[in-house]
Ligand binder design. Sequence first.
Ligand SMILES: NC(=O)c1ccc[n+]([C@@H]2O[C@H](COP(=O)([O-])OP(=O)(O)OC[C@H]3O[C@@H](n4cnc5c(N)ncnc54)[C@H](OP(=O)(O)O)[C@@H]3O)[C@@H](O)[C@H]2O)c1
Length: 342
Amino acid sequence: MTLRISIIGFGAVGQGVADALMRTAYPIKVVAIADSRGAVMDATGVDLASALQRKRETGTVALPDTDEGAVADTEGMTALDAIVGMDHEIMVEATPTDISTGGIGLSYIRKAFESGRHVVTSNKGPLVVAYSELCGLARKNDLYFRFEATVGGAMPAINLSNETLAGNRIISIEGVLNGTCNYILTRMDDEGVSYEHALGEAQELGIAEADPSADVDGIDTAAKIVILANSVFGMDVGYDDVDVTGITKITPESFKLAKEEGHTIKLIGEIRDGVLKVAPKMVPRNHPLSIGGTFNLASIQTELAGRITIGGIGAGSVETASAILSDILWIEGHQGLSPDRL
Ligand SMILES: NC(=O)c1ccc[n+]([C@@H]2O[C@H](COP(=O)([O-])OP(=O)(O)OC[C@H]3O[C@@H](n4cnc5c(N)ncnc54)[C@H](OP(=O)(O)O)[C@@H]3O)[C@@H](O)[C@H]2O)c1
């Protein structure tokens, strides 16, 4: 059976999903795509190449009025119309993150579950604000909720911990979970430059936002720690439960001292003994966490398997789509099985 999906949010990640689907032969049909300005829907399958081209050329995926002045079928339609009105199995949600309120993505996910859609998301906000509510809503409606892409982009930390390492008790997780911070710290370490200099360089390269606070203040890493704590450790925590320190106060002198002891400095997010922490930490140079550049890394201490360390590209359009696609295919493989039986 062909799986029908919607893509809600058609920016870097949503377009990456379309791109990834065009490269694969899986029987997956995209029946709706929405951005902030409108939606395109087609029960026989949206033409992904045209949708990508239209987005690039007009700024929206929505269809314009036809030349004759007649109104195209889906003109004026919104994401909500697509989620509720279009028959499909899975909503892929990739709208902007808001970790204070959950943002529009939280409303869309609630609506998708109420409408009988499984949900795959890359959006941290809804999970940080309402993880247990959303899991409850999914269970009540006999639906799946998957979110591998929210932590570490392409790096499969959540599903590795919960599925591949099933049977292991996870004792702790520590990770380098923000590529922007890691780039800045790597440059400070390699070149001895100031935080401000390395940040400016990251901004010029498009690695850091004009307002970098979500990254450099540790907020993004803390959101990922909340998601890991809830989904891997079965905790019930929110952003305020994380002790957060960012990287803005680190000086070249700190790196000099660390170097003298054979260490570097990394922004580490950590879950250990029920304590959630994000802070710069000295890491031995030969330790796996001493990875450089924009890479992400997670080191998972388990009861039976010992330490498992994985790394990968923490962001990017098709890289993040890789995690989304794996969640879609997981749901496809589990359809017909009640979530309660897993
Ligand atoms: N980029 C990455 O590498 C990455 C990695 C992991 C996770 N994530 C997360 O994935 C999500 C998407 O990231 P992104 O980089 O793709 O963001 P993005 O490029 O800013 O795209 C966001 C998309 O959401 C759409 N949108 C905004 N408000 C909407 C609304 N009310 N209704 C429907 N659509 C709406 C935007 O529409 P317009 O196009 O009309 O503006 C845009 O298409 C975020 O939560 C992000 O944190 C991103």
